[in-house]
Design a protein around this ligand. Structure first.
Ligand code: GTP
Length: 197
């Protein structure tokens, strides 16, 4: 059994589908405040995802002595290294999708496992995402259908849903896009006897 320090339905679904025994606890982290402080320290997108994943796992680890606690986070970076946050409203989602249109961006999907307050494993997977050129009409119709679902997703897309229509190429793991670098995590869990080898 592991503890997932997350409120993400998508992360829970990934672990459930892979038959990883877990319980989920909310990390209770003010992510925006933490993100602001870490970015002020100059962390890039990859390091930021790793640090936030660790923070969530550490926060829950204090409450569950002896448990393997998994924290996760995702960040999205453009070619110039600038980062995109989750859309605050539908107009912001339109702005983001116009920014991503016809460009390559990277999604950084981090996972950290903490045991008794000590990080013992971490993995950040970078997925290279090529968005095809999107017309304003397509973006508007896509958000008409998908805004209520994709608003919780960094990048305004659910790759396993209509988000697939945004891309001409994806280089990396779909698991990592949906929420966490699953295969490296399963490798680690096998070494700990949580999963059968
Ligand atoms: N279903 C689905 N979810 C996605 C996709 N891309 C990103 N997400 C979700 O978008 C969210 C990214 O925000 P985060 O800040 O990393 O996580 P969160 O949802 O706030 O949840 P916590 O783990 O509690 O922080 C996660 O829940 C991801 O699982 C996707 O393509 N499909």
């Amino acid at each position: 059994m592991i503890v997932l320090a997350s409120q993400s339905a998508s992360r829970r679904a990934l672990l459930q589908a892979a038959q990883v025994p877990f319980e989920a606890l909310s990390p209770g982290v003010d992510e925006e405040a933490a993100k602001g402080a870490l970015r002020a320290d100059g962390l890039d997108a990859r390091a930021l995802a790793d640090a936030l994943a660790e923070l969530k796992a550490l926060r829950v680890s204090r409450r569950v002595a002896g448990a393997l606690v998994l924290g996760c986070d995702q960040t999205l970076s453009l070619g110039d290294g600038s980062m995109i946050d989750k859309a605050v409203d539908r107009a912001d989602a339109e702005r983001i999708l116009k920014l991503l249109s016809g460009q390559v961006h990277h999604l950084h999907s981090a996972a950290v496992i903490v045991l008794n307050g000590e990080p013992i494993w971490r993995h950040v997977e970078r997925v290279r995402m090529t968005v095809r050129p999107l017309s304003d009409e397509f973006i508007a119709s896509y958000l008409d259908r998908e805004w209520d679902e994709c608003r919780w997703c960094v990048g305004c897309y659910r790759i396993e849903g209509p988000g697939a229509q945004l891309f001409s190429r994806i280089e990396g793991s779909q698991f990592a896009i949906q929420g966490l670098p699953l295969l490296p995590l399963l490798d680690f869990l096998r070494t700990r006897g949580v999963l059968p080898s």
